[in-house]
Design a protein around this ligand. Structure first.
Ligand SMILES: [Zn+2]
Ligand SMILES: [Zn+2]
Length: 276
C-alpha cells in the first residue's frame, strides 16, 4: 500500500505562515493498494485537494472512490461538498461511517441542506451510496479488508484497520481511549500493524480531558504496546506551529527509541507519501 496525507490538522483549517510545512487542511488520507485502487480516510478539507489532483490526472475517466469516515465532526466531513469527483455522473462514491442515532445519510445531508450549502446531497451527480459500520466489523471494501473498533470520543467514532497486499495500516484519530479508564481498543486493533496513524493533538502540558483526543506520549504508548513498525502523529492541534511540530517529532522519536528501538515516528504533513 501507499498512502498520501492531504490534511493533517485537527478541529479547524489553519492556513497561514506558521503552518505551511505541516499544512492547514483538516483530516484526509489517500490509500492505494498495489493495483491503484483508492480508499480515502476521512473527508476534511484536504479532500478538496485530493479531488483536484484526481481530476487533473484523470482526463475524463470515471472514478471509483471508497471513503471511510471516522466520525462526523466538521474537520472530518467538510471536504465532501468540495470533492470534484462528486460532481461527475460517471463516477462512484461510496461513503462508509459509524452508525449514529439517525441515518448517516440524513446527518451528512443536513450539512448540505439549504441554507448551509447550495447543493443537496441527493443532487450530487456522482453515483452515491452511504453505508454504516458498527464496532467489530470485518468486511471487504474494494480490495481492502477493513476492521473497525469503536473509540472514545464525544461523538460516535470508529478507528479502522486496513489490510491489503499483505500489509496493515491503522487509522485511529480522535481517540481519548488512553484516558478513558477502560481497556484501549486501539491497542488490539493495531497489533503488529506496519503503520499506525494516531491522534496526537495534545502534549501532556496542554491536554484537555473530555475533548476526545490523545497526547503524543499516549500515542507512543499505544504504538509500543501494539508493537507497530511506524507511528504517524496526526490531527495536529490548530495552535501548533511548524516549529513546534518539528520539536514534537524529535522528542517523540527520542522517547520511542527508549521504549522500543526500531519504532519509527513520523509527524504527518500535507503531501507526505509513505510506503506501508
Ligand atoms: Zn477531529
Ligand atoms: Zn472529533
Amino acid at each position: 500500500m501507499k498512502i498520501r496525507f492531504w490534511g493533517t490538522r485537527g478541529s479547524i483549517p489553519t492556513p497561514g505562515p506558521s503552518t505551511v510545512r505541516y499544512g492547514g487542511n483538516t483530516a484526509c488520507v489517500e490509500v492505494r493498494d498495489s493495483t491503484g485502487a483508492l480508499l480515502v480516510l476521512d473527508a476534511g478539507t484536504g479532500l478538496r485537494e485530493l479531488g483536484i489532483a484526481m481530476m487533473n490526472g484523470g482526463s475524463g475517466r470515471a472514478f471509483d472512490v471508497d471513503l471511510l469516515l471516522s466520525h462526523l465532526h466538521w474537520d472530518h466531513i467538510q471536504g465532501i461538498p468540495f470533492f470534484r469527483p462528486a460532481y461527475d455522473p460517471k463516477s462512484r462514491l461510496r461513503i462508509i461511517g459509524p452508525k449514529q442515532s439517525r441515518t448517516l445519510k440524513d446527518l451528512l445531508g443536513m450539512g448540505m441542506d439549504d441554507p448551509f450549502f447550495p447543493v443537496a446531497i441527493d443532487d450530487l451527480p456522482v453515483r452515491l451510496s452511504i453505508e454504516e459500520m458498527t464496532d467489530g466489523s470485518d468486511q471487504r471494501v474494494g480490495p481492502f479488508r477493513v476492521h473497525s473498533s469503536t473509540i472514545f470520543h464525544p461523538a460516535p467514532a470508529l478507528a479502522y484497520r486496513v489490510e491489503a497486499d499483505g500489509r496493515s495500516l491503522v487509522y485511529a484519530t480522535d481517540t481519548e481511549d488512553a484516558f478513558s479508564g477502560r481497556p484501549n481498543p486501539v491497542i488490539p486493533l493495531s497489533a503488529d500493524a506496519n503503520t499506525l496513524i494516531h491522534d496526537a493533538q495534545f502534549l501532556p502540558s496542554d491536554f484537555k480531558a473530555t475533548w476526545g483526543h490523545s497526547t503524543v506520549d499516549s500515542a507512543i504508548d499505544v504504538a509500543v504496546k501494539a508493537r507497530v513498525g511506524r507511528l504517524v502523529l496526526y490531527h495536529h492541534d490548530p495552535y501548533r506551529s511548524d516549529d513546534a511540530l518539528d520539536r514534537i517529532g524529535r522528542d517523540a522519536q527520542r522517547a520511542a527509541n527508549e521504549r522500543r528501538p526500531g519504532l519509527e515516528v513520523v509527524v504527518a504533513r500535507e503531501g507526505l507519501e509513505l510506503e506501508i
